[in-house]
Structures are given as structure tokens and as C-alpha cells.
Design a protein around this ligand. Structure first.
Ligand code: PLP
Length: 389
């Protein structure tokens, strides 16, 4: 199988599995236990915390481990907002991950106002549009670094700097789940207060993630229980998951420059060859300000679900929009936000550092073969639907 769905999840690295195994089989004690095996397990967590602190240029105490990117996003949005009573508002972009968008919407029922900044046709937030929504009652601004569907990178540094210059007390949350180790971001330079990461997008295990919380930023916890992680995120630590996440990050950081350059070259080759060989396509997202591993192409006149099935029959797996939306046939909120309303032929092809030139050759050959077939079928399906109506 040619796996081009790395935006949904990645294969866990062998070295990550090896690092985790010890914490399943030998050092399996509870990291809160005071006996020696417990102290050993706690050392694994501490080492992981220090690894992330080094990679993000922050302090270890600022790292809160979570069950993944979703929990980190929800903790950031609700955790910040609920410390201030309404009237108050939160501001986010129209293309945020549902973990952020739905967390914001959940606050509406509790009396908060949600203000959503539009994006341009490439999926970029225009900072002026966003700042038109921010005022003295804003508690949080949340803008993702890279979009999970179309790969567009947001002007985080500009947004953060302007926000901190004008509203220093408004918290700035960035979901960097897709961009971590793929696009550079300095939380200090960009005035970020909270940053979400997830393990399974970087060849680590599923079910692990973190929220970096700048020292001094207070949060209302989502959970209650034991006092782990200083009560901000209580619950027995997922030691193997945390250790595996840190090992994946360490490995990824060691080869980051080569990996991102190689992925970007393969991404560009994939796009160029699709454009050369298949008529009537367009790129969704930004032409240059995009993730090094993301190509999202609209194959005009194709039904995305048919395209996916035919591609899979040729041994290529990809996705239409984000994994979370794959069961839906409507364009996702992201595609709608960039103006794709009718055509459903958008395919997301996402690479990883394991993707090879041969994978790209195979994917292009498969697309060349199936797109004309799917276009014919989609026309038939369209007529059928019309006749029924
Ligand atoms: N944020 C973004 C941008 C994502 O792409 C994802 C995963 O699809 C998440 C958050 C959620 O992360 P997790 O799957 O670890 O809950």
C-alpha cells in the first residue's frame, strides 16, 4: 500500500516502540508511587518533559501531558475562558480543528460570545480581519499554525505580536499539531501562551499529546481527581505514551532539516506531475505558505468518495478533507471557508519522512488511471441523482 494519509496519522517508528516497550514490561509502575520502580517511571516522564522543554525552548514545568491534541485544544480553550465570567468572548479562525471550534461553541451555551475570523481563498487569516473581532472583553485568541486539511500556514508571528502589543492580557493559543517538526515556530518570538501538540502525527503512539502553558497562565482543569501534573491535568500518567511521544520528537528533531526538505521536494514533484498529466485540477490552500507534506487537490468533476475508493483499489490510500470528516459527503468546514462549495473532488495526499519517490510515482500513475474513470462515473451519479429528484 502507498500510504499518503500521514495527516490523519503516521506509522510509529521502530525506535519509539522499543523505547516504550520497557515502560510496558519492566518500568510499568505508577509514576506517582514512591517506591523505586515508581521513581523510575517518574524519571521517564521527567526525561520526556525535559526533551520537550529543550525542543520548544521552554521550561519543563510548563509542559502538561494530555491524551492527545484534542484534549490539549479543549483544555486550552475552555481552561482559559472559564476563568473569566461572561460577558467575555473568544476569537478563533474559521478553519480551526473541530477540537477548537467545538470547544469555542461549547462556551456559547455558557454565555460567552464566539467570534470567528474568516480566511481568504488560500485559507489564510488576514490579521486585520481577526483584529476587527478582538476587544477588551476577549479572553482568548486561537489560531492554528497549519491547517490539517489544506496545509495552509497561518501568520502566527504577526498575529501574536500584534495581539501582545495591543492586548497583552489576551491569551494566545496555537494548535501546532500538524506543523510540529515540519514548520518552524518560536513561542517566544510569536507571543504564544499555549501550544497544542500530538504524538501520533510525528511517528509516536496514539493517545498522547501535550499542552505547553506559559508560566503564569492559569487554567481551569477539565478533570478532577489525583493531584498529578499539579492538578492542571490530573490522572495517572500514560508513561509509555509520554516516553514514546518524547522519543518520536527527539528522533524527528534530529533529522528535521533533511526530512522537511525531502518531503517538500516530493510534495512539489507530486503536484507538478498531477498538473502536467491530469487536466482540470486546482490546488486547495496556499501555493507556498503550506506544510511540506501536504498536497490537497481538487479534481474537478470527481466525487471524492469515488476517487478514494478507486485509488485504494490501485493500492493508494489518501483522504478527502480530514479523517474526522471522511464519513461526510458535504465539503468540510475548511473547504467551505476557502470557497469550495459544490465540487466534492478534493483529495488530501499527505507525506511523511517514510514516503519515497517510488510512492509518488505510484500515486501519480494511479491518479492518471482513475481520475478519467471517476469523472465518467461522477457524471453518471450526478445524472442519477438529478433524475431521482
Ligand atoms: N488539531 C489538529 C490540527 C489536528 O490535525 C488533529 C488531529 O487530527 C488534532 C488537533 C487532534 O489531535 P488528536 O488526534 O491527538 O486528538
Amino acid at each position: 500500500v502507498i500510504y499518503l494519509d500521514n495527516g490523519a496519522t503516521t506509522r510509529v517508528d521502530d525506535a519509539v516502540v522499543a523505547a516504550m516497550q520497557r515502560y510496558f514490561l519492566d518500568t510499568f509502575a505508577n509514576a506517582a508511587s514512591l517506591h523505586r520502580p515508581g521513581v523510575e517511571a517518574a524519571r521517564g516522564v521527567r526525561f520526556a518533559r525535559e526533551t520537550f522543554a529543550g525542543l520548544l525552548d521552554v521550561t519543563p514545568q510548563e509542559i502538561v501531558f494530555t491524551s492527545g491534541g484534542t484534549e490539549a485544544d479543549v483544555l486550552a480553550v475552555r481552561g482559559v475562558a472559564l476563568l473569566r465570567r461572561p460577558p467575555a468572548n473568544v476569537v478563533c479562525s474559521a478553519v480551526e480543528h473541530p477540537a477548537v471550534l467545538d470547544s469555542c461553541r461549547s462556551l456559547e451555551a455558557e454565555g460567552y460570545e464566539v467570534r470567528i475570523a474568516p480566511v481568504d481563498e488560500t485559507g489564510r487569516v488576514r490579521p486585520d480581519d481577526l483584529f476587527a473581532l478582538v476587544d477588551e472583553r476577549t479572553v482568548l485568541v486561537s489560531v492554528m499554525h497549519a491547517n490539517n486539511e489544506i496545509g495552509t500556514l497561518q501568520p502566527i508571528r504577526e498575529i501574536g505580536r500584534r495581539l501582545k502589543a495591543r492586548y497583552p492580557d489576551v491569551r494566545f493559543h496555537v494548535d501546532a499539531v500538524q506543523s510540529f517538526l515540519k514548520a518552524p515556530l518560536s513561542v517566544h518570538d510569536a507571543g504564544v501562551d499555549l501550544l497544542s501538540l500530538s504524538s501520533h502525527k510525528i511517528h509516536g503512539p496514539k493517545g498522547a499529546g501535550l499542552l505547553w502553558v506559559r508560566d503564569g497562565v492559569r487554567l481551569r482543569p477539565l478533570f478532577f481527581g489525583g493531584g498529578q501534573q499539579r492538578g492542571v491535568r490530573p490522572g495517572t500518567e500514560n508513561v509509555p505514551g509520554i516516553v514514546g511521544f518524547a522519543e518520536a520528537a527527539r528522533l524527528g528533531a534530529a533529522t528535521r532539516a533533511e526530512d522537511t526538505a525531502r518531503m517538500a521536494a516530493l510534495r512539489d514533484a507530486l503536484l507538478a506531475r498531477v498538473r502536467e498529466r491530469i487536466p482540470d485540477t486546482s490546488l486547495n490552500g496556499h501555493p507556498t505558505e503550506r506544510l511540506c507534506n501536504n498536497v490537497n487537490i481538487n479534481f474537478h468533476g470527481c466525487r471524492a468518495e469515488l476517487l478514494l475508493h478507486h485509488l485504494e483499489a490501485e493500492g493508494v490510500v489518501a483522504s478527502s478533507g480530514s479523517a474526522c470528516h471522511s464519513a461526510e459527503s458535504e465539503p468540510s468546514h475548511v473547504l467551505k471557508a476557502v470557497g469550495v462549495t459544490q465540487d466534492r473532488g478534493s483529495l488530501r495526499l499527505t507525506l511523511s519522512r517514510h514516503t519515497t519517490a517510488a510512492d509518488i510515482d505510484g500515486a501519480v500513475a494511479a491518479l492518471e488511471k482513475v481520475v478519467p474513470v471517476v469523472r465518467d462515473l461522477s457524471r453518471g451519479a450526478g445524472r442519477g441523482a438529478g433524475a431521482r429528484r
